[in-house]
Design a protein around this ligand. Structure first.
Ligand code: BGC
Length: 392
């Protein structure tokens, strides 16, 4: 009897594991995708209902974009964020390379605010929450030690965007960031369009206009694991950055103002190198960032060639990033502390994901030698970043 119960439990356990694994790496077939979408416990795609809620009078949804290859991008208008990004690995299996949470309530309670989100009004840090513009001093909400990070206490990751699905592969999100929101001057009208292209790329188009001179630095804070969310640390991912220079920082991660060559330092990713190869070396900059958490100065940023190429060691999935932004913050997940339970029920453990935030340099409003982030009335802020997935 006892052994029957034991073998029955083993069978149930085995079936559970098999189901979990089957669901974890979706096969490239619509039936499987549909089944997954309905599955709450193991589903790769959360059910739409997990995102349906009205917040401050605005309706939140989960939107699904699909391309002709069966790649899937899901976006919620809460924070304008990427939730799932399923792209094929070489065998054709679909892998979710976006690390995120499984429901709106999880995003609301998460200790990490930025999973997949659109970041603004100013992505990255502004020293001590101050800057001067046209002779006037502005004071921002500070939320990262002495500094302002990613727009302040309530950045764009925490607001509900208006959403309009343009077609099966594109969605437009808009948000009015009011004059003096978090201390920034000017009513800023923002439009962000996410497109899942037929060459398996997530394209993000940003546009903004203002009615008062302001500073703007929008980015996306997707957390990636190219081996698939839930597959452990990203230290064996191979990274190449087309950046001969970077902006070193102080212990609060504010740039010192210098632009320094990466040559001969652990910041030299000009040839493909694993994230983990030098991350624990004795180096003052690595100490300040607790790993990589630095802005790289891109050699060329005209969308003609990738500025970053990253490869997942287990799946062979390669992500190429194209941008017209001058900088890229490479963050190796150093502050991840297993505090949140992610989409596939694993915790967001130390360095289990990385971010590559295309951007202007941190603290530019206080560093006149950096490319300007000032936007004036009558001008249109426009920038594009593309994350393209292939296999090798
Ligand atoms: C910052 C990190 C921060 C992370 C998530 C990155 O852009 O540079 O320091 O921990 O965002 O909040």
């Amino acid at each position: 009897m006892k052994s029957k119960i034991l073998s029955l439990s083993a069978l149930v356990l085995f079936a559970g594991i098999a189901l979990f694994n089957a669901c974890k790496h979706l096969t490239n077939n619509t039936t499987a995708n549909t089944t997954m979408k309905d599955s709450i416990i193991y589903g790769k795609l959360p059910p739409d209902s997990a995102f349906e809620k009205t917040i401050n009078g605005k309706q939140v949804h989960l939107f699904t974009l699909k391309n002709k290859n069966g790649a899937i991008l899901t976006i919620t208008n809460f924070g304008g964020r990427v939730v799932n990004l399923l792209v094929p690995e070489s065998s054709g299996k679909m892998i979710d390379v976006s690390v995120g949470l499984g429901s709106l309530s999880d995003y609301i309670k998460s200790t990490e605010r930025y999973y997949g989100a659109t970041i603004g009004r100013y992505g990255n840090r502004i020293a001590k929450g101050h800057f001067t513009l046209e002779g006037k001093q502005y004071t921002l909400a500070t939320n990262n030690g002495p500094n302002t990070l990613h727009g302040g206490k309530i950045g764009y990751q925490d607001v509900v965007w208006d959403a309009k699905k343009l077609n099966d592969q594109s969605i437009e999100l808009t948000y009015l960031s009011k004059d003096m929101e978090e201390g920034f001057p000017g009513n800023l009208h923002i439009k962000v369009i996410y497109t899942l292209t037929d060459d398996n790329a997530m394209k993000v188009d940003y546009e903004a206009t203002t009615d008062k001179t302001t500073v703007v630095n929008l980015t996306n804070h997707a957390y990636f694991n190219l081996n698939g969310e839930g597959s452990g640390a990203i230290l064996d991912h191979l990274v190449q950055l087309k950046a001969s220079n970077y902006t070193p920082v102080d212990s609060t991660l504010i740039p010192t103002g210098k632009i320094e060559p990466v040559k001969g330092t652990p910041f030299d990713f000009t040839t493909p190198t694993t994230i983990g190869a030098r991350i624990n070396e004795q180096n003052e900059q690595l100490k300040n960032g607790k790993g990589y958490d630095h802005n790289f100065v891109l050699d060329k940023h005209d969308l003609s060639t990738p500025v970053a190429i990253v490869k997942g060691d287990k799946t062979g999935i390669v992500m190429e990033i194209y941008t017209d932004e001058p900088g890229l913050q490479f963050y190796s997940g150093n502050f991840m502390q297993s505090r949140n339970v992610m989409k596939y029920s694993e915790k967001d453990a130390y360095r289990n994901a990385f971010a590559m935030e295309t951007q202007h340099f941190p603290d530019s409003p206080n560093q006149p030698q950096f490319p300007s982030t000032v936007l004036k009335p009558g001008q249109t802020y426009k920038t594009i970043s593309i994350y393209k997935f292939t296999t090798k």
